[in-house]
Design a protein around this ligand. Structure first.
Ligand code: SF4
Length: 485
């Protein structure tokens, strides 16, 4: 077990090209020392300075920008025999008074550097700098030393092709990219709804569901192989939805995709007229039906996807620096988990996503309104609520059994005991459904009257036919803004 981090989930990387014998020996020594201290995987882009000296590459998803929705103080959701790396990072950073250090957006790893030594590289970088940190300043001018130290390590960890920072970047375009954005801009209380893509090759089911939802929601989300389980792609489902007359929100998850495919799929979406993209890290492949794919399936995380797509849109460049002549028009979104980690940690994660490029946030289903308000307050303390549109998730409970299942098994879902009790006491299955609808309507009513809430995201997956009733009884008829894309 390393001294400062949880043990590695996977072995260290090896270099993609064979090196000289002397260099291999040097690298092996570095690997052994950093492995026993930090569980280092030799990613080639060390960010320990930022992560309170806990190595983020020990996280099974390799997340470099914060915890996932399933993180808990007890253990990692992927491998319950280990602690959550990111919980450890947040807790230690808080003890060290360095929580805000976690806001800088870290790059995905550079495969060409992975597995190689970093100490010689650091030394060469220090020598090349005229104003690098000088040991004498540590005694004579502490402030100067700290500034030079921070600059030095920033240059080391932020490659030219990334240049991540901790600042908010206002989108540079003026006209709304989509109907969803247009409606949110004019202040409508917007309704979006989730549709699970079909298992088979026909789009008939999507067309049928779009027919149900068409007059009741502004846009429909299509999940992207949720729970690591294959279905029709979110891209294809979104296109079918668009052709059926409803605007889609394409969910785009990082799992199973390299940065190249993420750029290509997002660009393809824009080319097909799909302008709302919800960026996700994705569930770990362990949660799929199996056989499980290779362990390293996360080339990027949601924060990195947002950063990359925002720069493609606003700066007109691919990650490799190639210029984009016809820039894509995207309204970018992110997911949030108000009931995951403590609100102060979740707010940092949300801030990072907003700084990276998230313009709207759809949350995990809300049942515990009090705890949801705590999360909202934490975002407000960080001045985030005027930078992003918030659409809390609402999931109508279909049965008492489903309610207990969600509460016990779905990460980030917390159902208060009084709702579970109401479902248990409701009676037969029909009565339970009715109770679930009543609870959903009560929650929507509370959210409608909550400042800084811009709409709701209805998550009635496999029960989409209930959406028209929920929207009607909640008094949420959509108004389509005239200046849509
Ligand atoms: S719970 Fe999530 S963030 Fe924490 S170590 Fe596991 S995969 Fe990483």
């Amino acid at each position: 077990m390393p001294l400062f981090s949880p043990r590695r989930y996977q072995r260290p990387f090896l270099p993609v090209q064979q090196e000289s014998v002397a260099m291999r020996v040097f690298t092996a020594v570095e690997r052994a020392i950093k492995g026993s201290l930090f569980g280092c995987r030799m990613c080639g882009n060390c960010i320990l300075q930022e992560t309170a000296f806990v190595c983020p590459m020990t996280c099974p998803k390799g997340l470099r920008n914060g915890l996932c929705g399933g993180a808990s103080p007890e253990h990692c959701e992927v491998d319950p025999s280990r602690p959550c790396t990111w919980y450890m990072i947040y807790e230690r950073a808080e003890r060290m008074g360095r929580l805000d250090k976690l806001l800088e957006i870290n790059a995905p790893i550079d495969g060409a550097r992975a597995g190689r030594e970093t100490w010689l590289d650091m030394l060469a970088h220090w020598r090349a700098q005229e104003d690098g940190p000088q040991l004498l300043d540590l005694v004579l001018d502490r402030e100067k030393f700290t500034a030079a130290w921070d600059r030095f390590f920033y240059d080391l960890r932020q490659p030219d092709w990334w240049q991540g920072d901790a600042a908010y970047h206002l989108p540079v375009y003026e006209m709304p990219a989509s109907q969803l954005e247009a409606s949110l801009r004019v202040g409508d209380f917007v309704v979006t709804a989730e549709i699970a893509p079909p298992l088979g090759a026909t789009g008939d089911i999507i067309e049928k569901k779009v027919g149900w939802l068409h007059d009741y929601v502004t846009a429909a989300n299509f999940t992207d192989n949720a729970s690591a389980s294959a279905r029709m792609s979110s891209l294809a489902s979104s296109k079918i939805c668009l052709e059926a007359g409803l605007e889609p929100v394409m969910q785009l998850q990082a799992r199973d995709r390299s940065r190249v495919i993420i750029e290509a799929d997002a660009m393809g979406a824009a080319g097909l007229g799909i302008h709302n993209i919800l960026c996700l890290s994705g569930d770990h492949q362990r949660f799929g039906p199996g056989p499980m794919v290779k362990p390293d399936q996360f080339d990027m995380d949601a924060v990195q996807v947002l950063w990359m797509l925002r720069r493609m849109r606003d700066e007109g460049i691919y990650l490799d620096g190639r210029e984009i002549k016809n820039r894509p028009e995207w309204f970018l979104g992110a997911a949030a988990s108000p009931f995951g980690a403590p609100p102060k940690y979740e707010a940092i994660r949300a801030e990072k996503k907003i700084n990276a490029g998230a313009q709207f946030i759809q949350t995990q289903p809300v049942f515990d309104y009090g705890r949801f308000l705590e999360w909202l307050e934490a975002l407000d303390k960080r001045n985030l609520l005027d930078k992003v549109y918030i659409l809390p998730g609402i999931s109508p409970l279909k049965s008492s059994r489903a309610a207990h299942f969600m509460d016990e098994n779905i990460p980030g879902v917390v159902i208060p005991p009084e709702y579970l009790e109401r479902m248990d006491k409701a009676g037969d299955s029909q009565a339970q459904q009715e109770e679930g609808i009543v609870i959903a309507l009560e929650l929507i009513e509370k959210l409608k009257n909550t400042p800084k809430i811009n709409g709701v995201h209805l998550m009635a997956v496999h029960w989409e036919s209930i959406v028209p009733r929920l929207v009607t009884e909640a008094g949420l008829a959509p108004r389509f803004a005239p200046e849509a894309h």
